[in-house]
Ligand binder design. Structure first.
Ligand code: GLU
Length: 309
């Protein structure tokens, strides 16, 4: 019950939000408001190729429409958009580099490109290692001098990292063995998701991370990164995903996109549907988001993913 609770919305503007995104946003907001916390809105527009300003604007409008507000962040303050925070990531990168934790990776482009966005199901996450991790200083210098642009990887810790997730309990992971080294800066200079999200949560004073459980396996790495950079990791609390026939809903699932929902339904109807689907309420009936704050309890929230037609 700390007045210092800081929660966050952290969407990536690579499409319109759908019901699945809205569920995670609603739970993040309820969690924060129930704790009397401050809500931050961070726009995760790190990847210039995938991010579109129109999606970013639509996301802010969708959250407002739903009755989910924030106390600081984008778009009121441009410093909360990741696209403008390169200097902050660069400082963290140099700090990690100075500690010998970073090395250039000259492997294929496709492997390097994947890393700017959050890893979602089905996307390759495990890096079984490459020779770049063991190049001699002379080999590395020769490759760098040849003009080849490397991606930059962080050496994963070969140690058990434990996260106590507020909803799914204890998760222990050895990042080196269960994920391998990971890219923190792409060959095109774009900083990668794991670095950016960790640095931002730390710098923005975030104390509660509530998001879909597809990112649960990223939490130990993020905790380790934040602590390595001298910060205090937030509490993590992951939530179930809405699933269609084939796993997690994708942003392309048009009929559940906010663009369609907002034409067909009132915000209270959408909130009521989400609250019922995730177990917060017993009946599927319209309700305003703020009316759910008093009764919000993670005990009521389902753990298993939620199939919807
Ligand atoms: N921006 C990420 C996404 O939309 C979420 C990042 C996070 O919550 O850590 O998938």
């Amino acid at each position: 019950m700390s007045e210092n609770t800081v929660g966050r919305f952290a969407p990536s503007p690579s499409g319109y939000m759908h019901l699945g995104n809205l569920l995670a946003m609603l739970l993040a907001w309820l969690d924060c408001r129930k704790l009397g916390g401050e809500m931050v809105f961070r726009m995760e527009d790190l990847d210039p190729a995938r991010s579109k300003p129109a999606f970013a604007e639509a996301m802010a409008a969708d959250l407002r429409w739903l009755g989910l507000d924030w106390d600081r962040g984008w778009p009121e303050d441009a410093a909360y958009a990741q696209s403008g925070r390169t200097a902050v990531y660069e400082a963290a990168f140099h700090e990690l580099d100075a500690r010998g934790l970073v090395y250039p990776c000259f492997c294929t482009r496709s492997e390097r490109l994947a890393a700017a966005s959050a890893p979602h199901p089905g996307e390759k996450e495990f890096d079984s290692g490459c020779r770049c991790a063991r190049l001699s200083g002379a080999e590395r210098d020769a490759l760098l001098r040849s003009g080849r642009k490397p991606a930059w990887k962080l050496r994963s810790p070969d140690a058990a990292i434990t996260v106590l997730d507020g909803h799914y309990g204890e998760l222990t992971q050895n990042p080196a063995r269960e994920g391998g080294d990971f890219i923190i800066r792409r060959a095109d200079g774009v900083y990668a998701y794991q670095l950016a999200v960790s640095v931002d949560d730390m710098r923005m004073g975030v104390t509660r991370v509530v998001r879909g459980r597809d990112l649960l396996s990223s939490a130990p790495r993020q905790k380790w990164l934040i602590e390595t950079l001298g910060g205090t990791a937030p509490d993590y609390c992951h939530c179930p995903l809405l699933t269609g026939g084939q796993g997690k809903l994708s942003k392309r699932l048009g009929s559940l996109s906010t663009q369609v929902l907002r034409k067909e339904k009132r915000p209270e109807e959408v909130v009521g549907q989400l609250a019922f689907l995730c177990g917060l309420t017993d009946r599927c009936e319209p309700v305003a988001a703020r009316e759910l704050i008093a009764g919000f309890d993670w005990e009521k929230v389902r753990k298993e993913d939620i199939p919807i037609e």
